[in-house]
Ligand binder design. Sequence first.
Ligand SMILES: NC(=O)c1ccc[n+]([C@@H]2O[C@H](COP(=O)([O-])OP(=O)(O)OC[C@H]3O[C@@H](n4cnc5c(N)ncnc54)[C@H](O)[C@@H]3O)[C@@H](O)[C@H]2O)c1
Length: 341
Amino acid sequence: MAKTVEIGQVGLGAWGKNLLRNFNAINQCHVRMACDSDDMTCARVSEMFRGIGLTTKYEDILDDDKIEAVVVATPPAQHYELAMRAIEAGKDVFVEKPFVLDLEDGKKLVAAAESKNRILMVGHIMEYHPVSLFLKKYVEDGILGEVYYLYSSRINLGKVRDIENSLWSFAPHDISLIMFLLDKYPCRVTATGADYLQTDIEDVSFMTMHFADKTMAHVHVSWLDPHKERKLTIVGSKKMVVFDDTRATEKVWLYDKGVDARMDYATYGEYLNLRVGDITLPHVPGGEPLRLECLHFLECVRNRTKPRSDGRDGLRVLSVLQAAQRSLKQGGVPVEVNEID
Ligand SMILES: NC(=O)c1ccc[n+]([C@@H]2O[C@H](COP(=O)([O-])OP(=O)(O)OC[C@H]3O[C@@H](n4cnc5c(N)ncnc54)[C@H](O)[C@@H]3O)[C@@H](O)[C@H]2O)c1
């Protein structure tokens, strides 16, 4: 039987509770202690999850030698300090997205984890979504043909953050997913956005990643929008596919549509021939992405293996975010992305 991993979690807010619920429901894991600096939150969580030790002091987790791994689910401004202290205390670490708010801090965390031989995983949940794995196979197997361009939207009327803007809050999901699917690095990005509710914190952002081979990926994120959308469209030379994550079922729509060049054309108008074929709704074997992500972390801790979304994956996403932020603050000028190994 798999060894039980003893974990501690810091940050028990809106999302932290979901992580706690998942870790708590996994047999091969025991949540030994959970921490939130807010005592009212601790009291609420102790009502919901009986049997988990609650504390307002993070040191209680760090000082507990039985705790092997720490889950960090606080606001991102605290990620660096809390994750670093956990690594220094000899713990493996799962950090929610956005990894940290500064690329240099991210590099320091990766270096610390590597030098202490600790597992460091970033909560890029879309890399664990069953549909993402399904679409990656489409791309790799050439079902879509050459991927021309992609666009995604992650918008709703939702939680307004007061430190990180919509780009940093939401786009890590899209950037990590797009780079995971394409397995390549953008060479430059452009981004625009606007702050309506709070000075300098953009509520809405539009970002485009440009790849060296002309592939293009556009990302629209906002917490100030009447629609709830979690949608990705991929346009390929052979087929096109839409991943609609707000649907409970039939999340993937595959379109046999495209434009083919004809050899037997008489006029230029006949040269490009529209192909309008079937739409299919392939069955994608399911699983809750968050549970799959938690299971992956535990497996990496147990087997000492590299997480799919390890610290270096976190750095790759940060390098794109940082370039996009620079572009956004300069009115959308193209900014080169420095590639991270
Ligand atoms: N993967 C996803 O889909 C997803 C979704 C939502 C949020 N998130 C991420 O999860 C993280 C938390 O987001 P949230 O919505 O739960 O935020 P939140 O503000 O609701 O909760 C944060 C909690 O952390 C606590 N906290 C803050 N600093 C602390 C410290 N130093 N020590 C102990 N507790 C501390 C706060 O008291 C609060 O209860 C963020 O990084 C966010 O981006 C991820």
